[in-house]
Design a protein around this ligand. Structure first.
Ligand code: CAA
Length: 240
C-alpha cells in the first residue's frame, strides 16, 4: 500500500532530505513550503516530488490543505512536522514579534498539522507523526529563548499526543537533531559555530540525510512499538 506523507518545510535543508528519503521508501510525498518559490520549483523538477505552498502557522491553511491532499490521494498517513524558523537574539534584544513568530510556526505548526491529520489516522488505524525538535530544545542555547522554548514544547507535545494515538496504531515521535549542515546553521556567526563544532564529539556537523534516516525508521511498520520517544541525532553533543 502506498502511504501518503506530508513533510512541512519539505523542499529545503533537513526537510528536503526527509522528502526524498520517504519517496525512496515508496511513499507519495507532498513537500510543503512557505516562502522560496524558486527553490521549491527546482526541488520539484529534480525530485519529481509535488510541492504545496502554505504557512504551517496558519491553522485554517493546514486544515484546508490536509483535507485537500487526503481527498486527492485517498488518505494522509504520515506527517513530518519539520518546518521551523529562527529569530535568534539575547532576551534583551528579542522583540515580542521574534518570540511570537517562532512559537507560531515551530510549535503552533505541529498543533495545526496534528489537528488536520490525527483524526483520520485514528479512524484508519494507522498513522505516523514525526516532529522535528532540536538539541537546543533539550539543552537550551544562548540567544534562543524563543526557539528553545518552542522546540522543548514540541518534545512535550509529542509525549502527550503519543498517548492519545497509541491504542489506534498512530505513533507520535520526535527527532532532536544537533547542528546539521543546513542554511539555518550556516547563518550562525562563524566564530560562534566554530565553538559549537568543537563541542561535538563526532567532530563535525551532521548531514540532513542522517536525520532523514531516523525519520524513515520512525515512519516504518517496524517502528510500531516506538511512540512518545525522542531520537537524538547530534554526534554526541548532548547525551539525553
Ligand atoms: N554562552 C555564554 N556567553 C555567550 C555565549 C554562550 N554560548 N555566546 C555569546 N556569549 C557572550 C559573548 O561572549 C559576548 O560577551 P562579551 O560581550 O562579554 O564578550 C556576549 O554574549 C554577546 O555575544 P555576541 O557578540 O554573539 O552577541 P550578539 O548580540 O551579536 O549575538 C546571538 C547574539 C545572536 C545569540 C549570537 O551569539 C548567535 O547567533 N549565537 C548562535 C545561536 C545559535 O546557536 N543558534 C542556532 C541556530 S541553528 C538551529 O537553531 C538549529 C538547531 O536546531 C540546532
Amino acid at each position: 500500500m502506498t502511504r501518503v506523507a506530508i513533510v512541512t518545510g519539505g523542499t529545503r535543508g533537513i526537510g528536503e532530505a526527509i522528502s526524498i528519503a520517504l519517496k525512496n521508501q515508496g511513499c507519495t510525498v507532498i513537500a510543503n513550503y512557505c516562502g522560496n518559490d524558486d527553490k521549491a520549483k527546482a526541488f520539484s523538477i529534480s525530485t519529481g516530488i509535488a510541492t504545496a505552498k502554505w504557512d504551517v502557522g496558519d491553522h485554517e491553511a493546514c486544515i484546508d490543505n490536509c483535507a485537500r491532499i487526503a481527498a486527492e490521494h485517498g488518505s494522509l498517513d504520515i506527517v513530518v512536522n519539520n518546518a521551523g524558523v529562527t529569530r535568534d537574539g539575547t532576551l534583551a534584544r528579542m522583540s515580542f514579534e521574534d518570540w511570537n513568530e517562532v512559537m507560531r510556526i515551530n510549535l503552533g505548526g505541529c498543533f495545526n498539522m496534528a489537528k488536520a491529520s490525527f483524526t483520520g489516522m485514528r479512524e484508519r488505524g494507522w498513522g505516523r507523526i514525526v516532529n522535528i525538535g532540536s538539541i537546543n530544545g533539550q539543552a537550551g542555547q544562548y540567544g534562543q529563548v524563543n526557539y528553545a522554548a518552542a522546540k522543548s514544547g514540541i518534545h512535550g507535545f509529542t509525549k502527550a499526543l503519543a498517548q492519545e494515538g497509541a491504542k489506534f496504531g498512530v505513533t507520535v515521535n520526535a527527532i532532536a537533531p544537533g547542528y546539521i549542515d543546513t542554511d539555518m546553521v550556516a547563518a550562525v556567526p562563524p566564530a560562534v559555530l566554530e565553538k559549537i563544532v568543537a563541542k561535538i564529539p563526532v567532530g563535525r556537523l551532521g548531514h540532513a540525510s542522517e536525520i532523514a534516516r531516523g525519520v524513515v525508521f520512525l515512519c516504518s511498520d517496524n517502528a510500531g512499538f516506538v511512540t512518545g520517544s525522542t531520537m537524538s541525532i547530534n554526534g554526541g553533543q548532548h547525551m539525553y
